[in-house]
Structures are given as structure tokens and as C-alpha cells.
Design a protein around this ligand. Structure first.
Ligand code: SF4
Length: 354
């Protein structure tokens, strides 16, 4: 069954242009397409336009893979919304015979947030020591894309979001809708909504009633007072995702997590325990009593969290799990954490004092 495109509300001019360019680019070559979806407004608008564009074509010669990265420490309210949305989209695309598949990327066990912090003793991330974004978000997505020698990566990048981003766009733009990725990758980045402003993006989500599963009302509710989206593909070096609604609930890169506190104020009371844990752990990292006196490379200075410190964090996390009635860490991670503790206990080079 084909969806009747005349049922759509008239698309705004920028959407029409984007849909036409998506169709043209899709037909151009056999290069596989990957779309980075975070659940946020920009990637939702992009996905909506891609689905509409594909639905206007008569035949398909390649699949599009939509990738969502589940770090394991995503804001649980958002995760629930995203998984529901993906299930809805899957069935809509299936019913229309569209060649779109959905893949969930997850970080390697070794790179998961709590394995790093509680297992290896990494202090929680800050702007200066932001070890998290590559390990939790960029690498899992990259791993899927890198299985292909050359790919096109569709991202919801827009002009006017930041001066740094605009500079990168003008440096790399090959055409009105393109960005070539800086660095050694052979992949090209395709940004069909690059000329959309914030208002356009919300219009795209709201006034294109198809696909139904991308619910503008629900997304609007989640976005009340929200910031930017967390990147899943490195197109601008060093971009922070710490203030985003679509980020980790454990994020200590931002000094205050206004995103979660606003959500609690807006009635998501179930996040209260998580928010308290996050505030507690962001102070705990700086307590010298729970930090080794040497780094892992043997140099003097604030080193990893001590074994005692890591055990305290685990106890607090399990307590938070009980109080919030939410699953915050899984069995596999717990086993790996205990193994890493044993490795440190038996490692003569691991020094807690001096
Ligand atoms: S949300 Fe925060 S903790 Fe998560 S990857 Fe982004 S900067 Fe790191």
C-alpha cells in the first residue's frame, strides 16, 4: 500500500526543496545511507522528510539504516519515547514497503558509563576530561557505519546553531545541501535540513502529519525548555551534548543539569532520585579522600577513584535503583565491574596512596 501524498498538508517551501533533493541524492548512487537519529527535534524532522521523500519514489535500490544510540544511561523518559516511536515507525515503514531499517547502537561493555566509573575508577566526565562522548555515542555508531567502505551519513545539521558550526559548514560545504566530513573518513555527510531554522524544524514535525509515529505533541512536551541534541556522529569537533534533553541522565559535564530539573518541575517526578544521584556523584568525583594519589601511568597527581570510592558509588547507585524503581545497571555490567576491581587488587602497579 502506498501512502497518498495528496493527504499531506501542503509542505512548506523548504521541506519541498529538501524532499526533492533527498530523492535526487538517493537515486544518484549505490552508496548505503545511514541516518543518525537521537529522538530530538532535528533528527526527527530529518527522518520525517526522508520517509516522505522515499514514499514519493516508485522503486528502491538500497536500504536506509536509521541508527539510534542507546548509551545505557539515557534519560529513561526519553528512552521510552524513542523506543515507542521507533516501534511505530517500523510498522509504518513496513506497511508502506519502504526500505528503512532501524538499528540500536550500544557502547562496548568496556566503554559503558558505570563500567568506566565504578569498574575502572574513571572520575565522572567534565569539560576538561570529557571521555564520554566518543565512548558512549560516537564510537558505537561509527562501528556500524565503518563496516561499509563508503557511506552517506544523513544528519540533522542546521546553519545558525552556533558560530563554530557555521564556520565548519562554510569550510566544508560542497553544495547547498552538503558537508564533506573533515578527517580521513571517506564518508560524506548529507544535511537536507541545513537551511531550516528552528521554526522550520518545528513546522516540519508538526505540519507533515505523516509518518504519524513522530508525534509532534509528545516531542513538544519533552522539549519544554530543552537545549540541543547530543551528537551521534562527529561532524564538528568538541561539540558538547551535556545540556541536552537527549543526553545521559548521569551527565556531569554541565555544572547543573537544568534539563532534568525542568522535567521534574514539569511533572516527571520519577526522575527525582536519578537527579539526586547525579548531583551527588558530580561532587564525589572531586573528593581527594576517594582518589588515588597516582595516575595509572605512575605519575603523581589525582588518579582514579579508589576501590573504596567505587564501592560507595555502586552502593548509592543500587539504592537509587531501589528508590526509583528503575533499572539503572545490568548484570553484565555488574560482573565486569567486579572483575575490574579484582584486576586492580591483584595489580602491583595499582597504587592508592602517594
Ligand atoms: S550527555 Fe554528558 S555524559 Fe553523556 S555523552 Fe554527552 S557530555 Fe558525555
Amino acid at each position: 500500500m502506498k501512502f497518498c501524498s495528496s493527504c499531506l498538508r501542503p509542505v512548506q517551501e523548504k521541506d519541498r526543496k529538501a524532499i526533492d533533493i533527498i530523492k535526487k541524492e538517493y537515486l544518484k548512487d549505490d552508496c548505503p545511507w545511514f541516518l543518525g537519529y537521537s529522538g530530538g527535534k532535528d533528527s526527527s524532522a530529518l527522518l520525517k522528510l526522508v520517509i516522505i521523500a522515499l514514499n514519493e519514489l516508485n522503486s528502491y535500490h538500497k536500504e536506509i539504516t536509521v541508527i539510534y544510540c542507546d548509551t545505557g544511561v539515557e534519560n529513561p523518559i526519553i528512552t521510552e519515547y524513542v523506543y515507542e516511536t521507533i516501534e511505530g515507525l517500523k510498522s509504518e515503514c513496513f506497511n508502506l514497503g519502504l526500505p528503512i531499517r532501524y538499528e540500536i547502537a550500544v557502547p562496548k561493555l568496556e566503554d559503558r558509563f558505570f563500567v568506566k566509573v565504578i569498574g575502572r575508577g574513571y572520575p565522572t566526565p567534565t569539560n576538561i576530561f570529557r571521555w564520554c562522548t566518543d565512548k558512549l555515542r560516537i564510537n558505537p555508531v561509527k562501528q556500524i557505519i565503518d563496516e561499509h567502505p563508503k557511506a552517506t551519513v544523513l544528519l540533522g545539521i542546521r546553519k545558525g546553531e552556533s558560530e563554530q558550526r557555521d564556520r565548519t559548514i562554510s569550510k566544508h560545504a560542497k553544495t547547498e545541501y552538503y558537508l564533506s566530513q573533515s578527517g580521513s573518513s571517506k564518508n560524506q555527510i548529507f544535511s537536507p535540513i541545513i537551511n531550516h531554522n528552528l521554526k522550520d524544524v518545528w513546522s516540519t514535525i508538526k505540519f507533515n502529519s505523516f509518518p504519524n509515529s513522530l508525534d509532534s505533541q509528545k516531542l513538544g512536551e519533552i522539549y519544554k525548555d530543552a537545549g540541543s541534541e547530543c551528537p551521534v556522529y562527529r561532524e564538528v569537533p568538541g561539540k558538547s551534548c551535556g545540556s541536552s534533553r537527549f543526553g545521559c541522565w548521569t551527565c556531569t559535564v554541565v555544572r547543573k543539569d537544568k534539563s532534568i530539573s525542568n522535567m521534574i518541575e514539569n511533572g516527571y517526578y520519577e526522575l527525582k532520585e536519578l537527579h539526586e544521584f547525579r548531583n551527588w556523584i558530580s561532587k564525589f568525583r572531586d573528593n581527594p579522600e576517594f582518589r588515588c594519589g597516582r595516575r595509572r601511568n605512575g605519575q603523581k597527581g589525582l588518579g582514579p577513584l579508589t576501590l573504596k570510592g567505587r564501592k560507595i558509588i555502586l552502593e548509592k547507585l543500587l539504592e537509587t535503583e531501589l528508590k526509583s524503581d528503575m533499572k539503572l545497571i545490568n548484570e553484565e555490567e555488574l560482573i565486569r565491574i567486579k572483575e575490574l576491581w579484582n584486576e586492580d587488587i591483584n595489580n602491583p602497579k595499582y597504587v592508592e596512596n602517594n
